[in-house]
Ligand binder design. Sequence first.
Ligand code: 6YU
Length: 500
Amino acid sequence: EGSGRRVVAVGAGLAGLGAAQRLRGHGSLRLLEAASRAGGRVCTRPFASGLAEMGAHWIHGPSPGNPVFCLASRYGLLGPEAAREENQQVEAGGHPPMPSVTYGSSGKVLNPKAVREARDLFYALLASTRAFQGSKEPPWPSVGQYVRAEIARTVPTMAGGQDDARQLQLAVLAACLKLECCISGTHSMDLVGLEPFGEYVSLPGLDCTFPGGYSSLAERLLSDLPEGTVLLNKAVRTIQWQGSFREEGDDARVFPVRVECEDGDVFLADHVIITVPLGFLKERHQEFFQPPLPDRKAQAIRSLGFGTNNKIFLEFEQPFWEPEQQLLEVVWEDESPLEEPSADLEANWFKKLIGFVVLQPPEQHGHVLCGFIAGKESEHMETLSDAEVLSAMTHVLRTMTGNPSLPAPRSVLRSRWHSAPYTRGSYSYVAVGSSGEDIDVLAQPLPEDPRDPRPLQLLFAGEATHRTFYSTTHGALLSGWREAERLNQLFQAPVPAPQS
Ligand code: 6YU
């Protein structure tokens, strides 16, 4: 260690692990993690006869430009399908096709042609939002308002003007908006900024999963680090910067940063890489940093979006779906994107659920469905007991299949990302009132003045700091690499001669 620089990283998710992987050995590195495991929002748990991904599910866009895909391939963590060249070239634009069946609330399977028609309209509208990127005067502040206004314009000609068919189209469009809430991790698309929406980049490739669990990637990264680098159950309480701190009994060295943990342990450092989730920063940044962050940074933390998307896993004795079906969607046939959704969370929270992904293959997982639900309804779900969630899900499934005696699931497991004290939600989005510029401000190291004699005291990584890949594992990993590289550059730079 000696006179080498001391680096502390806070958070052992993919950003923190990625930073640790890339930081070249100049001095010492400690990675402090609040939880009892590494991985953060990458979190695989045993469930039924297989595994459940509580956080990240897919590699979005598995192709050579995706560093998570590249690492996972190199480590041999992917199945043979994922590695196929053809799969890497599929352009799904963030909405990979899956063999699906759409149930309506009248207990019938909806006409696939009608469903497709509504969905095609929705995706055409969503794609047209790209045109507003960089626009000074977008027609609406949010994606939701824009899409709904466009839907309202097409209503008169929709479904040949037939009332019933038109209502079905509207109900499917309402379901599409809920799915988009899950994808963007938000309560409502009315909160997602229209102008910056097109900055998010979808990589080519057919989304794939990790046969041994997403956590196999985090574990592999962890095992490559020198023993003792990562300290678990080490929640950081405060980070003091711009200070002059000395180790007891060692007056020779002065450190600008002091990291204090909840358990009273203290770490002095030259550089701290902060990878805590934006949800945690939103709640805690004022006491967490001493002195507080500069206004611009605090403003970016406040204005960027961070919402909730949760999963509900249900295990069944026997499948009620067909073996080839991969996605079971639900549509509440009386809903419309042109009407206000119900505000009665207690009575109606489960209607926000978009449906279920079938975990494949059943030989590995058993008969397991994974439901997705976003927003305030999802946060309400977190406050309920397992029995209450299981009963609501049974009600949804019986309504959709029109089978009042459909056997209830055997067991349930759900994520609770909003209640998690060191996450406070699922992932970030660019909210109305913020822009891609705020992401760059969030990513900017401190102190701001590049000529500061003690540069790069605080560095910021994590998915919410990646301008084009926010909300993903590859965005998180790249952000960690980016900050490690920033320090590597500093360590390589010749130390400036003292000015006389
Ligand atoms: C992806 C996917 N996916 C579903 C769900 C979730 C997420 N994501 P971490 O939080 O991992 O690490 C920080 C650590 O810091 C953590 O361990 C804390 O305990 C610790 N910490 C906090 N405070 C501390 C303190 N005080 N002291 C010490 N330690 C502290 N991504 O690629 N594919 O399928 C999904 C999904 C339910 C919750 C996802 C997915 C997001 C990723 O999981 C996430 O970005 C990274 O894991 C974060 O890593 P990190 O290191 O930054 O933080 C147009 C437009 C479109 C907008 N988006 C479209 C993209 C769609 C996103 N898809 C998500 C979908 C699912 C299903």
